[in-house]
Every structure is written in structure tokens, then in C-alpha cells.
Design a protein around this ligand. Structure first.
Ligand code: SAM
Length: 290
């Protein structure tokens, strides 16, 4: 598979004296030490309900766990980012190929520039999902995890997915139904299950399953959490839709966020109302003989 050159620009370090960024900033031993423990605490916090995206991440992880056994052979992860589910899919495939799109990778706000070196380090192919630099019929599995909302012409991307899949190969897809605007200005769509089905069929893919991600209680928990974060916890709402938390309000807002997510996650066990959900998890197949 061809590999295009990665973009030349290195991630600049943010000028935030709090040490929130990473990248090329020169820092002394003391700061490095503080960033070390801060990074460890932050990594722990992100796995708990103190992370305002915890409830979404739990359900996305469950979706990936459900999809992973459907993967096989050569897997192409289109728009794979940091490959958050690589560990789940890798045992089921012979080869894992991550593709990223340079313009998106370079258009993030300083607060998340520290992600870029990590993403660049694991990308196998640079390219546009709408014009995949991949041979026709050469891939067994395509993973599209929270990507289809970021392209202006998702139907074109699905047609490309159908083209690169071998007959019988599968597209494993997750999309949001209810999610805050993110990665602006590249945030174009939210999906319903029937809308997704129609798009797969138009691309010549047979739908195997489309399942809701979460239920109305989980979705409500996510909404209330985002309200608390954005209205009470934010120091700034950034131009790409991300939120920088106020250092002073975080100790008050984050415990509340944790409580809300805990309560709604518990409530989610007792409802099967899926008329409101956080997103969809779908499997579609390129028909044999096509
Ligand atoms: C919300 S992130 C999801 C990242 C990762 N798949 C995940 O599940 O965490 C959306 C991703 O779509 C990628 N993307 C956007 N437009 C793309 C395009 N035209 N071709 C390929 N990837 C694209 C972005 O670079 C970004 O990594």
C-alpha cells in the first residue's frame, strides 16, 4: 500500500504555563516531574466518571468490543486517530493498517496538540477517506469509528469503503446520534439508524446489524454532563468545539459530573428505551460476487 509523506509541520507547544500541553517545549526537571505525576493522575481520572466523556467512552468501548470479533484479515482503520480500540481488534486480524487525514490532524487547537505526535507515530498511511490510496478489493475489514460525521460527503466515503473491501469483507462503523459539536469546522452530520441503512445500501453494502449505542438514560446522563461542563466548568469553549476546564471550578464541577454520570449509568440498567441513544454501531458487508 502506498504511503504518502506525513505533514512537515511539527506540533508547536502551547504557551500555557500550567503545563497542559506537550510537544516541543523545553522544560526543566521540576516541571517534568510535576507533569509526570499530573499526567498519571489525569490518565487515571480519564478512566473514571470524573471524566466528562466517561459515559460516552464506556459505550464506545462496549461497541468496539462487540465489533472486534467481526473483524478479520487485513483491517484498515480509516481516520483511526489514536487507535483507541487497537488492542481489541488486533487479536482478530492479521494486519492492522491505520489511515489518517493530514488536514484534520493539523487543525486542532493548542490544548490537544500534544495528541499529534502520538497520532503521527502510529499512522501507517496518510490519505483522504474519500479517495482511499488503497487497491480495490484488497481489504477484509474497514473500521470507521466516529468518522462519518466528519466528512462533508459521507456517501462518497462509503462508496470508497465498498470499493476497497474484498467481496464478503465487512465495514464496521460507529457514528454519533447525539454528541456535542466537535473537531470543528469538520463536524457535518448526526445519524439515525434508517439514514445509515439507506446510505449503506446506496453504497452497495448489505446491512448485517445496526444497534443503538446506549439508551435514553445514558444519553440523558451525557447531555446533563455536557451542560455542567460547558456552562459551569469551562474556562473557554474553543474554536474546534473542545472545552478547556477552569482550574478553579474543576474541583466543584467534576465531582458533580461524576455523580450525574454514575446515577444515569445506574439508571440505564433499568430502561430499555432506545428511542434516544448516543449513537449507532453497524456492520455492513460487501456482497459475495459483487
Ligand atoms: C472523532 S475522530 C475519531 C478518531 C478514532 N477513529 C476514534 O474512534 O477515536 C474523527 C477522525 O476522522 C478523521 N477524518 C476526518 N476526515 C477524514 C477523511 N476525509 N479521511 C480520513 N479520515 C478523516 C479525523 O482525522 C479524525 O481522526
Amino acid at each position: 500500500m502506498p504511503r504518502t509523506a506525513p505533514p512537515a509541520a511539527d506540533a508547536a507547544a502551547p504557551g500555557d504555563s500550567a503545563g497542559a500541553g506537550g510537544g516541543a517545549r523545553a522544560d526543566g526537571g521540576l516541571i517534568r516531574h510535576r507533569r509526570g505525576w499530573k499526567a498519571r493522575v489525569n490518565a487515571w481520572r480519564k478512566r473514571t466518571p470524573l471524566n466528562p466523556y466517561w459515559i460516552d467512552r464506556v459505550h464506545l468501548r462496549r461497541a468496539a468490543e462487540a465489533l472486534a470479533p467481526r473483524a478479520s484479515g487485513v483491517l484498515l482503520d480509516v481516520g483511526g486517530g489514536e487507535r483507541p480500540y487497537g488492542d481489541l481488534f488486533a487479536p482478530h486480524v492479521d494486519r492492522y493498517v491505520g489511515l489518517e487525514y493530514p488536514p484534520m490532524c493539523d487543525n486542532l487547537v493548542p490544548e490537544i496538540w500534544d495528541v499529534l505526535p502520538r497520532v503521527r507515530a502510529i499512522v501507517d498511511v496518510w490519505g483522504d477517506g474519500n479517495r482511499l490510496p488503497i487497491a480495490t478489493g484488497s481489504v477484509d475489514t474497514v473500521l470507521l469509528s466516529e468518522v462519518l460525521e466528519h466528512v462533508p460527503e459521507p456517501q462518497l466515503m462509503l462508496a470508497e469503503v465498498a470499493r476497497v473491501l474484498r467481496p464478503g469483507g465487512r465495514a464496521l462503523v460507529t457514528v454519533p446520534f447525539m454528541a456535542p459539536l466537535h473537531q470543528l469546522p469538520y463536524d457535518y452530520w448526526r445519524y439515525t439508524d434508517e439514514g445509515l441503512r439507506a446510505m449503506f445500501e446506496r453504497a452497495g453494502l448489505e446491512v448485517e446489524t445496526i444497534d443503538p449505542r446506549g439508551n435514553s438514560a445514558a444519553a440523558a446522563g451525557s447531555l446533563v454532563t455536557q451542560y455542567l461542563l460547558r456552562v459551569f466548568g469551562a474556562r473557554s469553549l474553543n474554536c474546534d468545539g473542545s472545552v478547556t476546564m477552569s482550574r478553579w471550578r474543576a474541583p466543584l464541577v467534576l465531582p458533580l459530573v461524576a455523580l450525574v454520570q454514575g446515577v444515569f449509568a445506574f439508571a440505564a440498567r433499568f430502561t430499555d428505551d432506545r428511542s434516544l441513544c448516543m449513537g449507532w454501531t453497524a456492520v455492513a458487508r460487501r456482497p459475495e460476487g459483487s
